[in-house]
Design a protein around this ligand. Structure first.
Ligand SMILES: NC(=O)C1=CN([C@@H]2O[C@H](COP(=O)(O)OP(=O)(O)OC[C@H]3O[C@@H](n4cnc5c(N)ncnc54)[C@H](OP(=O)(O)O)[C@@H]3O)[C@@H](O)[C@H]2O)C=CC1
Ligand SMILES: O=CC(=O)O
Length: 324
């Protein structure tokens, strides 16, 4: 008999067919307590789960005693209680690499859009404000040759450094837990401590995961260390920045602008002060959201679940110690 799995995200038809060729699939809209209660038998029998953006914690795992693998359609896994999964011997699979280039493109989009005031300018054109040759009140600032600071020189940080170095002749500063030789050799990136990066960068770009250490890593104290002309970009996770402190810093002119793909609360509440600021570009968490990349992520997640439940994992496992 095929193992039973729970799918809590819509998949393209061909990928659903592939998943169904290996497993008995129960499709659910979410992992809310109501859904879990209504599908108690499916959870009791599930050996695998596949989806994204839902909390998977001890409370949920108690309903799924046979679970052996969880496969997320994302590279970030801060919504999973990894310790609880590991304690139960459940493999957590994720989708690094397939989305790296697309997320780096999104970060460069935010750099360009904030510096050149592209969204604000386009909105003014639509509002009929473009009535003649534009003056300095429409001007932005240069991106090329400015200093780009990268917080988190992992896969995405490296891909951003490549774009900034080769495409825009930008000197690169970076901070991570360890030195990254590849970034230093290929892109002339210079490792520095957080304070130096904040003080010297024209753009501070965050591509960090959300962990206990990175939570509110950027607060009022750190924002005060940035140049008043600097722009803050975040495509890591919202809670890496203390959003209240960011709002205050933008209101006070402590920093010049912000480009944000992620927020402390998503969707961003419609009454957020960030939405009233012309110097803020707010995106709806679209880092990896292209047709091609989202398909590749879903395919990777399906393959990951098949590998985990057939004992053939070669990559993409967050807690490989459970496989031994
Ligand atoms: N906006 C979006 O749609 C998307 C957002 N993301 C987010 O981007 C994150 C990064 O992805 P990816 O680049 O693939 O991940 P990687 O694991 O490759 O890179 C993470 C980087 O963060 C650094 N880091 C982690 N903790 C700390 C810390 N406490 N202090 C300093 N540096 C730290 C790591 O340092 P070291 O190298 O020293 O280990 C590493 O350089 C994801 O976890 C996710 O949250 C990802 C995809 C899409
Ligand atoms: O935020 C998206 C991810 O893949 O992580």
């Amino acid at each position: 008999m095929k193992p039973s799995v729970i799918l809590y995200k819509k998949l393209p038809d061909d990928l659903l067919t592939r998943l169904e060729s290996h497993f008995n699939v129960t499709q659910l809209s979410d992992l809310s307590p109501e859904t879990v209660k209504q599908n108690a038998e499916a959870f009791a029998n599930a050996q695998g789960i596949l989806g994204s953006s839902e909390k998977v914690d001890e409370a949920l795992l108690e309903h799924a005693p046979k679970l052996r693998a969880a496969s997320t359609v994302s590279v970030g896994y801060d919504n999973f209680d990894v310790d609880a999964l590991t304690a139960r011997g459940i493999a957590l699979m994720h989708t690094p690499t397939v989305l790296t280039e697309t997320v780096a493109d999104t970060m460069m989009t935010l750099v360009l859009a904030t510096a050149r005031r592209a969204v604000e300018g386009a909105e003014r054109v639509k509002a009929g404000e473009w009535k003649g040759s534009i003056g300095p009140d429409w001007f932005g600032i240069d991106v090329h040759h400015k200093t780009l600071g990268i917080l988190g020189m992992g896969r995405i940080g490296l891909a951003l450094a490549q774009r900034a170095h080769f495409g825009f002749s930008m000197p690169i500063l970076y901070n991570a837990r360890r030195h990254h030789k590849e970034a230093e050799e290929r892109f002339d990136a210079r490792y520095c401590d957080l304070d130096t990066l904040l003080a010297e960068s024209d753009f501070v770009c965050i591509s960090l995961p959300l962990t206990e250490e990175t939570h509110h890593m950027i607060g009022a104290e750190q924002l005060a260390k940035m140049k008043p002309s600097a722009i803050l970009i975040n495509a890591g996770r919202g809670p890496v920045i203390d959003e209240k402190a960011l709002i205050q810093a933008l209101q006070a002119g402590t920093i010049h602008a912000a480009g944000l793909d992620v927020f402390e609360q998503e969707p961003l509440p419609v009454d957020s002060p960030l939405l009233e600021m012309p110097n803020v570009v707010a995106l709806p968490h679209i880092g990896s959201a292209t047709h091609e990349t989202r398909y590749n992520m879903a395919a990777c997640a399906v393959d990951n679940l098949i590998a985990a439940l057939t004992g053939d994992v070669k990559e993409n496992c967050v807690n490989p110690q459970v496989l031994k």
